[in-house]
Design a protein around this ligand. Structure first.
Ligand code: 5GP
Ligand code: ZN
Length: 139
């Protein structure tokens, strides 16, 4: 499979490694939004949240706690945005699950995805959509 992040896991493409364990790898994004922009991926290929196993998702979440603390201690950002995109329609470009950790500085412009205007919604429509989703969730 021609997956750039699988190649990074196999060492066929280099990366600046930040953290690694048997299930996950964290490395520097080469197009950083800010210094310290880090990606955490499962070593096993899964496209996105639809596909990733519970075990690997848990491993990514636990690694994110270690890495965010490292970013805080090393860079002292005012905040860190954790961002994860699912599907090309949501602008996912690399189709191997990855969680972005994006340190934020004091004078940074708002991230487009985190700076939306809060407009009160239609409560009826919100309720109906929530019900529509909850009624099809399989536990
Ligand atoms: P997304 O799929 O969430 O839009 O973002 C993919 C991210 O992967 C981008 O931020 C991009 O800079 C990063 N990326 C793409 N190719 C490489 C690569 O070869 N090495 C590294 N370190 N990051 C990459
Ligand atoms: Zn892959």
């Amino acid at each position: 499979m021609d997956c750039i992040f699988c190649k990074i896991v196999k060492g066929e493409i280099p990366c600046f490694k930040v953290y690694e364990n048997d299930k996950v790898l964290a490395f520097a994004d080469i197009n950083p939004i800010n210094p310290g922009h880090t990606l955490i991926i499962p070593k096993a290929h899964a496209e996105n949240l639809y596909e990733i196993s519970d075990e690997d998702l848990t491993a990514v979440a636990l690694a994110s706690k270690l890495v965010i603390q490292g970013i805080k201690d090393a860079l002292d950002p005012i905040g860190v945005a954790c961002l994860q995109l699912n599907g090309k329609g949501a602008n996912q470009v690399v189709m191997h699950y990855h969680l972005h950790l994006i340190p934020r500085g004091k004078d940074d412009p708002e991230l487009p995805v985190s700076g939306w205007e809060l407009k009160p919604g239609d409560m009826k429509a919100i309720e109906e959509t929530a019900k529509k989703i909850s009624s099809v969730i399989k536990q």
